[in-house]
Design a protein around this ligand. Structure first.
Ligand SMILES: Cc1cc2nc3c(=O)[nH]c(=O)nc-3n(C[C@H](O)[C@H](O)[C@H](O)COP(=O)(O)OP(=O)(O)OC[C@H]3O[C@@H](n4cnc5c(N)ncnc54)[C@H](O)[C@@H]3O)c2cc1C
Length: 395
């Protein structure tokens, strides 16, 4: 196969690079580079800039407001955006619910919700996981009972990313408990302002507030908010997850992180010697570089295949595992390259180390700890290995 971009793809890459140079606000890029939390306002500002160029809903068909890109264009954008330290596009409305509504939603649901996702009116969050239902998602218990024109919802969701900002949540709920666990699940859209909803923060290991618990007590939801058929929400849920895993390897993030670690090691002097010339550090760096190069090639192979057949295959599981391992290894190297000063968390009294760290490096420890999550969410790496094993052994 040809591993280089075609002339058209190279022209597109140059266009994206120029767009980022012209349009990505410097203050936002600086915050992303420093590894801190990106605010709701930053995300909304960036979304609006992308939307004004028609590049926001990257996986949607053109008829619904997408840019008409294929997997290669999306990959090029991701790679360039990560290099430029653009914030990630928030996936819940744009990359998860949007494609679901386009495939399974009623005409009325499409007409109402899709434009509001595009113009930023509605901030969505994902209500799949529960305290007893993560990897084993089908064992979820949040119940929705039909009463006339409404469902009455009771139960709890957890790990709800950015639910504290959300206007709406899309939820998997149990509408029938009599059959197999996968049967009797429905996909419901719930307004977060409905009485009976309580959002409680969960602090992550680095102290950030990114995830929440969401409690539902007698929450009344109009029956018209059901997407697709009652008790067939599992079909919708699985379709959404294939979109969740696309791009999850974060190749662009790893390329940017690698360049950053290499530059840091080249300018850091320890014991009279540049860190990059230290044999142990250089060997570690070379190992990650080889893994990253292999992953880049594998990613391009997978993109070519997805372009050919129209959807990503089971190989996304392989990419997810290797992609997250490489990202975590780079976080580790970055922290090691910074030395003891990297142990300081944002907001922590830094003591004598404060002068050592450049502002853009202050978030190193926070990023290291925060990125423990990437091998867990979107289907943990162990679950991805199960998926691969089943596919390879044709079980
Ligand atoms: C930062 C963060 C953000 C998240 N955001 C959201 C969100 O917005 N919305 C949402 O719905 N969910 C979200 N999640 C939840 C995420 O999808 C789950 O954490 C994930 O599916 C794992 O489920 P669990 O945490 O219940 O772990 P468990 O399923 O209890 O797993 C615990 C451990 O056992 C392993 N394990 C479990 N089953 C098997 C098996 N069959 N074979 C081998 N190993 C197994 C797992 O790999 C894991 O290491 C988020 C999670 C995190 C950490």
């Amino acid at each position: 196969m040809d591993l280089s971009y075609s002339p058209q793809e190279q022209a597109f890459q140059a266009e994206v690079r120029q767009f980022l140079a012209d349009e990505l606000p410097e203050d936002i890029a600086a915050r992303v580079k420093a590894g801190g939390e990106v605010s709701k306002e930053d995300t909304e500002r960036w979304h609006a800039i992308l939307q004004s160029r028609g590049w926001l809903a990257q996986t949607w068909p053109e008829a619904q407001g997408g840019p008409g890109w294929g997997p290669v264009e999306r990959h090029i954008f991701d790679e360039e955006a990560a290099r430029a330290y653009a914030p990630r596009i928030l996936p819940f409305g744009l990359q998860m619910l949007g494609p679901v509504l386009i495939k399974f939603g009623s005409d009325a649901q499409k007409a109402h919700y899709l434009p509001r996702i595009l113009d930023g009116t509605d901030w969505w969050c994902q209500g799949y996981s529960e305290p007893g239902a993560g990897s084993d998602l089908a064992s979820l218990k949040t119940k929705a009972v039909r009463e006339g024109d409404e469902y009455v919802v009771n139960g709890q969701k957890t790990w709800t990313t950015l639910g504290q900002h959300a206007d709406w949540i899309f939820c998997l709920v149990r509408t029938d408990g009599s059959g197999k666990p996968q049967e009797g699940i429905s996909f419901l859209l719930i307004d977060m302002k409905t009485p009976g909803i309580e959002v409680r923060p969960i602090r992550l290991i680095e102290g950030g507030h990114e995830v929440n618990e969401v409690f539902f007590t007698d929450v009344r939801v109009p029956a018209e908010n059901l997407v697709w058929k009652e008790n067939d929400g599992w079909t919708v849920a699985k379709y959404l997850l294939t979109h969740e895993r696309t791009g999850i390897a974060g190749v662009g993030f790893s390329i940017a992180a690698f360049e950053r670690v290499k530059a840091l090691a080249a300018r850091t002097v320890r014991g009279g010697k540049r860190l990059i010339d230290d044999p142990l550090f250089a060997a570690r760096l070379a190992e990650v570089e080889m893994d990253l190069e292999a992953m880049k090639i594998f990613n391009l192979r997978m993109l070519a295949e997805a372009q050919r057949v129209g959807h990503p295959g089971v190989e996304t599981s392989m990419l997810k595992i290797r992609g997250t391992e490489v990202r975590q290894a780079l976080n580790d190297l970055y922290r090691r390259a910074l030395g003891p000063a990297a142990a300081v968390m944002p907001g922590e009294a830094p003591g004598g180390n404060a002068a050592v760290l450049a502002p853009e490096d202050e978030g190193a420890a926070a990023s290291y700890f925060n990125n423990r999550k990437i091998s867990i969410f979107g289907g943990s790496n162990e679950i991805q290995k199960n998926i691969l094993t089943k596919a390879m052994l044709e079980l």
